[in-house]
Design a protein around this ligand. Structure first.
Ligand SMILES: Cc1cc2nc3c(=O)[nH]c(=O)nc-3n(C[C@H](O)[C@H](O)[C@H](O)COP(=O)(O)OP(=O)(O)OC[C@H]3O[C@@H](n4cnc5c(N)ncnc54)[C@H](O)[C@@H]3O)c2cc1C
Length: 415
């Protein structure tokens, strides 16, 4: 694979951009792989990348029923942060955030990581206490956050009205190196690097059944035939329950649509990501100028990847007191993605009842930020057959044993 560089851009400009290679190959499936990963979202692709990079396992297929990044990875609002409360969460999310810092260089692909800073607004006294507690916990965990005053919030986000009659801004949990990245680019960058290592990214290939013998997976049935494997990794987010059922086990997960919307593009007015958990809404401004607004989940389980009108009204109404300017914005489009939610709002990176089958799921409304860290931890689990320190707490057995990692506050708003 030719490297992308300033020199390559100049060379291609001189020859009318006729010399660019395809970013990844579209091969025919082989009959057998060392590892099959179901799902070419960010988590599946990152798992493959770190399997190759950290563990030297490169005979890998990533099987995707649609197009790569076409699931939640290409539908999310791209918030990256690691200000979680519990130690195992802070560890994996901070590992991920720190990998994002150099991901463009690692992948030789511009993922547009923008550590512009992120504020979680405290708009009730309960939230003030909660976020101060998180800031202290983060200090012990080595995650850099601080609780800031209303005046500092106003200084960082001048368009905000902090004196709202119902929900005044009483402070905020600020992570200066939180921010955003370009979601498709994360998927594309990993796919290109995986393809370059000789791995096969098989798009438009649906897994329809999992084959096993005596408690061991032997392969998968797909819309392009049967493919054998030594190890199987299921990384399909909102479809986890469905694919786990094919493999013969059940998951403590609910699948539900999460929605978001964007406004028409406007001039730059907000260079920080703001989350307002009490009123339930969050907002950032994209490089194109659109205000990217995150809403909530549907109130019932479903597999519809689409938006609905009442969510626009609910979400905009929630934000208008703090951001009066959005009352004059036209909303451009909305959409939905199917997220996989666990009872304790923490993910699952786990062995399964099948000896050589592993599952990565349950990132719910907040797994974009976790893609590099999750891939790193999942690759270790698949390569060694046992979880490393980052994944150890996130096994399926925690639901049987009652060892929950309760992140319902940190994940209280959909992000
Ligand atoms: C509206 C919205 C906003 C969000 N905002 C944020 C945010 O701001 N920050 C954040 O951190 N997270 C956010 N998230 C959550 C984040 O998008 C997800 O947690 C993350 O993208 C999950 O990645 P994934 O790779 O696990 O799943 P996906 O990207 O969904 O990939 C799974 C893939 O598996 C494929 N698949 C399923 N079944 C099969 C099968 N049988 N055969 C083959 N392939 C199959 C699917 O087609 C899909 O491409 C948001 C999500 C949504 C929907």
């Amino acid at each position: 694979m030719k490297r992308y560089s300033a020199f390559a851009i100049a060379r291609e400009a001189a020859r009318y951009h006729t010399g660019w290679e395809r970013a990844w190959r579209s091969p025919e499936p082989k009959t057998h792989y060392d590892v099959i990963i179901i799902g070419a979202g960010g988590h599946g692709l990152a798992t493959a990348y770190y399997l190759g990079k950290n563990h030297g396992i490169r005979n890998v297929a990533i099987i995707e029923k649609g197009w790569l990044g076409g699931g939640n990875t290409g539908r999310n609002t791209t918030i990256i942060r690691s200000n979680y409360l519990q130690d195992p969460s802070a560890a994996i999310y901070e590992k991920s955030r720190s990998l994002y810092e150099t991901l463009s260089q690692d992948l030789n692909y511009n993922i547009m990581f923008s550590p512009r800073g992120l504020i979680m607004l405290a708009q009730t006294h309960h939230e003030v206490r909660g976020y101060q507690r998180t800031a202290y916990a983060n200090a012990l965990q080595g995650v850099k956050t601080e609780f800031i005053s209303p005046a500092r919030v106003k200084q960082l986000v001048p368009i905000m009205d902090i004196s709202g009659p119902r929900y005044p801004v009483l402070g905020g949990l600020y992570q200066a190196r939180g921010g955003t990245a370009r979601h498709d680019a994360v998927a594309w960058g990993y796919a290109r690097a995986c393809s370059d290592m000789g791995m096969d990214v098989l798009q438009k290939t649906e897994v329809t059944a999992v084959r096993s013998e005596g408690g061991t997976v032997t392969g998968v049935e797909t819309s392009r035939g049967i493919i054998g494997c030594k190890k199987l990794s299921i990384v399909v987010a909102g479809h986890s329950g469905h694919v786990a059922e094919m493999a013969g086990f059940r998951l403590p997960i609910e699948s539900v649509a999460l929605q978001a919307l964007v406004s028409e593009p406007i001039k730059p007015c907000m260079d920080v990501v703001v989350m307002a958990n009490t009123v339930h809404g969050y907002m950032s401004q994209s490089d194109k100028g659109e205000m990217v607004i995150g809403g909530g989940t549907d109130g019932y389980n479903n597999y519809t990847q689409r938006g609905s009108f009442h969510h626009i009204e609910e979400t905009v109404r929630a934000l208008i007191e703090t951001f009066p300017m959005i009352s004059r914005l036209k909303m451009l489009r909305q959409w939905g993605g199917i997220v996989d939610i666990t009872g304790d709002r923490s993910p699952i990176l786990s062995k399964t009842p099948l000896g050589n089958c592993f599952i990565n799921a349950g990132w719910g409304t907040g797994g974009f930020k976790a893609i590099p860290g999750s891939g790193w931890a999942m690759a270790e689990l698949v390569a060694k057959g046992e979880p490393g320190p980052l994944a150890a707490a996130f096994g399926l057995d925690r639901f049987r044993e009652g060892r929950f990692i309760d992140e319902s506050v940190a994940a209280g708003v959909a992000h």
